[in-house]
Design a protein around this ligand. Structure first.
Ligand code: NAX
Length: 361
């Protein structure tokens, strides 16, 4: 609708005096009208799970890829979750989201990744009682190898992938290994929940808004070895340490709180983080595709050797992003305390890679 048509439509609806009062609003909204975009295909795996339930509605409402981007959701579930997913799909339809142009519900990896432009890999095998971590790694590696192959064969070559299912960093590495046609930099793992947890803790401690906290970073693995780093952090333009003035809180309480937050939520809620994980997944993809205007975010990507982290492990770094591209924040000075923590989490990722050596040949 043209600007003049919109104004005459508004005039009929609301009367001319209201239009006069809202002239500036109508003029500016008409100016902002954009050409309709083609829908993009977004694959979500584990769609009937608890994160899936909090995630799908936010994608369909435009919060992940922007308010002008129509989407087709391609939802993958195990056959055991099919009935539950059917109910979720009914609810998605009942929301009548203007941007939702289709929903595919399937247990076939081929169908789920056919033509996919984006993928949120959420579904993963949970750790069962008595299962060792290395067994969990292996079980999930099989799942992500299969999905990597499907992405390689059926998805858009420019697909952007975020792995949420744990162990997220190593699952992303496996996915990429089995999807050689997709540039490794397009396959990322989510440490944004840890990042957001850190921002919230810092804002609470400094009694400020989360948006006042800048240059915070998560390094390494999405696990208890991660390093939430405030050594570069600024709060309202001042050095965070000088604002907080509590070295013991920073080195002990803060770091442990962020590292152990997942377990604390399970203890309190009786279930793992879901809404906050989904929200962070939305933030991850949104900021990657739509840019951060210089703001730092954290995500795990294939290491290029930056900061001495071994090439080929999926390690979390601080980033700035623009137009679907990202850059690791370069040349940050790291003190001995930081170096030790960054190295510890690096070693865990190397161990995870070693445990899966046979699948990486
Ligand atoms: P749920 O158990 O509620 O849901 C998982 C869903 O995935 C289930 O419906 C299951 O049927 C499905 N699924 C399992 N294997 C599948 C496969 N091969 N193909 C398709 N679907 C499959 O778990 P939820 O709470 O949603 O968590 C999902 C994953 O996110 C878990 O691995 C969890 O550990 C991980 N998390 C990762 C976080 C992160 O920050 N990276 C934080 C939150 C969460 O803990």
């Amino acid at each position: 609708m043209r600007s003049s048509q919109l104004k005459s439509f508004a005039s009929k609806l609301h009367g001319s005096s209201l239009l006069a009062r809202n002239k500036r609003f109508f003029a500016s909204s008409a100016d902002k009208i954009q050409r309709p975009k083609e829908p993009v295909r977004v694959t979500v795996t584990g769609a009937a799970g608890q994160i899936g339930y909090a995630l799908l509605f936010r994608i369909a409402s435009g919060q992940m890829l922007g308010p002008n981007q129509p989407v087709i959701l391609q939802l993958l579930e195990l056959p055991s979750g099919a009935k539950q997913l059917e109910g979720v799909v009914m609810e998605l339809k009942d929301c009548a989201f203007p941007l939702l142009r289709g929903v595919v519900q399937t247990d076939s990896v081929q169908k789920a990744f056919e033509g996919a432009d984006y993928a949120c890999l959420v579904g993963a095998k949970p750790r069962s009682k008595g299962m060792e971590r290395k067994d969990l790694l292996k079980e999930n590696a099989k799942v992500f190898a299969e999905q990597g192959k499907a992405i390689n064969s059926y998805a858009n070559r420019n697909i952007r992938v975020v792995v949420v299912g744990n162990p997220a960093n190593t699952n992303a590495m496996i996915t990429s290994h089995y999807a050689p046609k997709i540039p490794p930099k397009f396959i990322t793992a989510m440490t944004r929940l840890d990042h957001n947890r850190g921002l919230a803790q810092l804002a609470e401690k400094a009694n400020c808004k989360v948006t006042d906290v800048e240059r915070f970073a998560i390094w390494g693995n999405h696990s208890a070895t991660q390093y939430p780093d405030i050594s570069h952090c600024m709060i309202n333009g001042k050095v965070a340490k000088d604002v907080i003035k509590d070295e013991a809180w920073i080195k002990d309480t803060f770091i442990k709180t962020v590292q152990q937050r997942g377990a604390a939520i399970i203890n309190a809620r009786g279930a793992s983080s879901a809404a906050s994980a989904a929200s962070s997944c939305v933030d991850h993809m949104h900021d990657w595709m739509l840019g951060t205007s210089g703001k730092w975010i954290s995500m795990a990507v294939c290491s290029d050797g930056s900061y001495g982290m071994d090439k080929g492990i999926w390690y979390s770094f601080p980033f700035v992003t623009r137009n679907g591209d990202y850059m690791i924040v370069p040349n940050l000075p790291c003190d001995d305390f930081s170096k030790e923590k960054m190295d510890l989490t690096r070693k865990e990722l190397l161990e995870e890679r070693e445990a899966l050596e046979s699948l990486l040949k």
